[in-house]
Design a protein around this ligand. Structure first.
Ligand SMILES: NC(=O)c1ccc[n+]([C@@H]2O[C@H](COP(=O)([O-])OP(=O)(O)OC[C@H]3O[C@@H](n4cnc5c(N)ncnc54)[C@H](O)[C@@H]3O)[C@@H](O)[C@H]2O)c1
Length: 282
């Protein structure tokens, strides 16, 4: 089944980014959120982002008009019925996602594929809340969606090949480079990235090198665009700590022990850029 219209639940950071990526690729979008203000904000974000692409001469004004015309913003879930794929990109809250998924599962035609953009909740568990676990999959986009090439396609225990292949084809239509991943905490990228950041805090706390030298080492020696400690400041130290705590609990393996320095800094309220101070001062 070709996917001609994509429904998106949530018009926030990820929802409007996915909407933009679809519309620029010529795929119709219905983007729903709970309040009109959230829908309007999402649409305005897309418009502003397209303006920046025009300034950089990566897009023409005509292409912007055409892309915006493909996005319908709505507060009515019924509008999702025109989609062949519905991507849930609402707030990261387990109970909320289960409620949303049950609601759309009851409403959508049986052949419609449902995907979730969750960063941390089990795709198999979310799929089990619907009547179509074979037509359910994780589509983990990266922020900012229009710039980032990767989409992790997470196969739940019962996700069918047909579902995987249809969603993979759509990701490629959007110009993305999908990778296929089995359902597991952190999927692939965050499973490797966040423990690396945690290890950088151990190296810092053991006094092995300064923060600047740790970051310079990983940039110059591994060609990473940003050092792990500067990246922790961007992500938020509290988010990094929460992810490590989930890994420790879910894998039951002490290799995921959060670094005590990371815990101390979070306890002190030094969460990174968002509080003006983390490993570095902003
Ligand atoms: N921000 C990231 O870097 C990132 C990266 C990958 C995945 N994710 C995942 O994407 C999802 C969305 O994250 P975000 O950063 O866009 O959050 P966000 O807070 O920017 O946006 C969430 C949106 O969902 C809306 N929403 C809440 N309840 C809703 C409902 N019942 N129906 C429709 N809309 C509803 C909110 O009003 C809000 O506009 C989360 O699952 C998150 O884990 C986030």
């Amino acid at each position: 089944m070709a996917i001609q219209t994509v429904g998106i639940i949530g018009a926030g950071t990820m929802g409007n980014g996915i909407a933009q990526a679809c519309a620029v690729a010529g795929v119709k979008v219905v983007m729903v959120d709970i309040a009109q203000a959230a829908v309007d904000k999402g649409l305005a974000t897309v418009s502003g982002s397209l303006d920046r692409l025009i300034k950089k001469e990566k897009l023409t004004a005509e292409q912007k008009t055409a892309a915006l015309a493909l996005i319908k913003g709505s507060t009515n879930y019924d509008d999702l019925k025109s989609a062949q794929l519905v991507i849930e990109a609402a707030t990261e809250n387990h109970a909320l996602k289960l409620k949303i998924l049950k609601q759309v599962d009851d409403m959508l035609a049986p052949e419609v594929i449902i995907a979730s953009n969750t960063s941390s909740i089990s795709i198999t568990q979310l799929a089990a809340a619907t009547s179509r676990p074979d037509r359910f999959i994780g589509m983990h986009f990266f922020n900012p969606v229009p710039m980032m090439a990767l989409v992790e396609l997470i196969r739940g225990y019962l996700t069918s090949d047909a579902t995987h292949d249809a969603v993979k084809a759509l990701a490629e239509t959007l110009g993305k480079s999908p990778i296929t991943v089995k359902n597991a905490p952190g999927f692939v990228v965050n499973r490797i990235l966040v423990p690396m950041i945690n290890e950088a805090f151990f190296v810092l706390s053991e006094g092995i090198a300064t923060a600047e030298d740790i970051d310079a080492g990983m940039k110059l020696g591994c060609n990473q665009p940003i050092g792990p400690l500067a990246l922790a400041d961007m992500i938020g130290l509290d988010v990094c700590l929460a992810v490590m705590e989930v890994y420790l609990e879910q894998f039951g393996d002490s290799k995921y022990r959060p670094c005590p320095l990371l815990k101390e800094m979070v306890a002190a309220g030094q969460l990174g850029r968002k509080t003006g101070r983390g490993v570095y001062t902003y």
